[in-house]
Write a protein that binds this ligand. Structure first.
Ligand code: HEC
Length: 144
C-alpha cells in the first residue's frame, strides 16, 4: 500500500479552484447588481440633455459647413425649443428651485427669439449658438 502514489490534488490546486469559482460568482453578482441599479435610474433626463447637445452640435456643424439658411437652422431650433419645455419634468427635484426655473425660462426665451427672427447668415447662426450655449452653461454651473 505504501507504494501507491498520492492522487489527492495539492493544496495549491484546490485553492486555485476555489479562487476561480469565487471570481466567477463575484463577477456575476457584480453584473447583476449594476444592472439592477441601472434599471432603477430614469433615463429621461440624461437622454433629453444628450439630444439637446446633439442638436446644438449639428447646428454648429452646419454653420461650419457654411449652410446657414433658415431651412438648415429652423428645424434644429424648433427641436431644441420643444425639448426645452421638458426641462422641469425631466428634473422634478429641481423644478421648484428659482435659479433652475430661471435658467430654463431663459433658454426658452432665447430660442423663441431665434425662431421669431430665424438666423439668415452664418454670423447670425453663430450668434444664436453663443446665446444658447450661455443658457446651457448658466444652468449647468449651478446644477450639473
Ligand atoms: C434648466 C437647467 C438646464 C439647462 C437649461 C440645460 N441643462 Fe444640461 N443638464 C442639466 C442638469 C441638471 C444636468 C445634470 C444631469 C445629471 O447628471 O443627472 C445636465 C447635464 C447635461 C449633459 C450631461 C448629461 C449626462 O447624462 O451626462 C449634457 C450633455 C447637457 N446637459 C447638455 C445641455 C445642452 C446642450 C443644453 C443647452 C441647449 C443644456 N444642457 C441646458 C440642466 C440643464
Amino acid at each position: 500500500m505504501a507504494s501507491q502514489p498520492d492522487r489527492r490534488p495539492s493544496p495549491a490546486a484546490r485553492y486555485l479552484v476555489v479562487f476561480a469559482i469565487g471570481l466567477v460568482v463575484g463577477v456575476v453578482a457584480a453584473v447583476m447588481l449594476l444592472r439592477a441599479l441601472q434599471a432603477r435610474q430614469d433615463p429621461f433626463p440624461g437622454a433629453l440633455m444628450h439630444v439637446m447637445a446633439r442638436q446644438t452640435s449639428e447646428l454648429k456643424a452646419t454653420a461650419a459647413a457654411n449652410r446657414c439658411s433658415a431651412s438648415d437652422s429652423v428645424p434644429r431650433l424648433q427641436s431644441l425649443r420643444a425639448m426645452a419645455n421638458d426641462l422641469e419634468s425631466a428634473f422634478p427635484g429641481l423644478r421648484d428651485d428659482a435659479r433652475f426655473a430661471g435658467a430654463a425660462s431663459s433658454l426658452r426665451a432665447t430660442l423663441d427669439g431665434a425662431l421669431a427672427q430665424p438666423p439668415a447668415t452664418c454670423a447670425q447662426v453663430t450668434a444664436a449658438l453663443e446665446k444658447i450655449g450661455n443658457d446651457c452653461r448658466a444652468c449647468h454651473q449651478d446644477f450639473r
